[in-house]
Design a protein around this ligand. Structure first.
Ligand SMILES: *Cc1c(COP(=O)(O)O)cnc(C)c1O
Length: 236
């Protein structure tokens, strides 16, 4: 591609991202009105796995502040290139022990904690000059073999074990329900969340809802919706 063509393509893609963000925000707004919630209480987390740094720049220019990534190495490259932007980076992918240090050093949030050992490593490896790392515990809400996360019955013990780790702040729960859930999974997650919140007041985050189902997640009380496809297009 010659240079003018590349520049044109790039500006067209940026405006697509801006338009998509406006549409998604409108849908979030409508879902909030329907369930009598404040739009301010639902954070749009733009999920940018497989996308280039330019797409994230376009999202940031359109007002997105929170970015979700699934793969450590891919994310670190984008975080380095985009360090002129004031973005909050969320790690939402599977966690391996050999990646916890990089994640503890470069992210503000981790949504996918599902083992005490991983939580301990993240706490130990969180640099002292940074605020505590915000974490959500991932729940396998529909008991699917293909999904990470703990069973709901394991939640009280895991929360009790991680709540006092010094460099973590336990913020809430995350789940990826069965693709053809009818909203019921979201309400079950909400119930778990409310139960834990009675005991641990710092728990204030319910990370649930993706492109296909974020309106149902908002109706059930999501405070963070994680949206990729509807913002950036279908992934290859
Ligand atoms: C990819 C991904 C998303 C975004 O999914 P879309 O369907 O593209 O909106 C959200 N959460 C997690 C954990 C993901 O891996």
């Amino acid at each position: 591609m010659d240079e003018p063509a590349a520049a044109e393509l790039h500006s067209r893609m940026s405006s697509d991202v801006a338009i998509n963000i406006a549409k998604v925000r409108e849908r979030i707004g409508r879902a909030c009105i329907k369930s009598r919630r404040r739009e301010h209480d639902v954070t749009l987390l733009a999920v940018s796995k497989t996308r280039g740094a330019q797409d994230i720049r376009a999202a940031a220019a359109a007002g997105v502040t929170d970015i979700g990534e699934n793969y450590c190495q891919e994310a670190l490259e984008k975080i380095a290139v985009l360090d002129d932007l004031a973005l909050t980076w969320h790690f939402i992918g599977p966690l391996q022990s050999n990646k916890t240090r990089a994640i503890a050093e470069h992210f503000a949030w981790v949504h996918s904690v599902d083992r005490l050992k991983i939580a301990q490593r993240l706490s130990e490896q969180r640099p002292a000059h940074l605020p505590p790392l915000n974490i959500c515990l991932q729940i396998n809400i529909d008991d699917e073999a293909s999904k990470s996360g703990i069973a709901p019955v394991e939640l009280p013990n895991l929360i009790a074990a991680v709540i006092d780790l010094p460099n973590l702040r336990v913020r809430g729960l995350m789940a990826i329900p069965d693709a053809d859930n009818n909203g019921d999974s979201f309400f079950r997650l909400r119930e778990l969340f409310e139960t834990q919140r009675l005991r641990w007041p710092q728990v204030d985050t319910l990370s649930m809802g993706m492109s296909a189902d974020f309106e149902a997640a908002i109706a059930a009380g999501a405070t963070i919706v994680r949206i990729g496809t509807d913002l950036f297009g279908v992934r290859q």
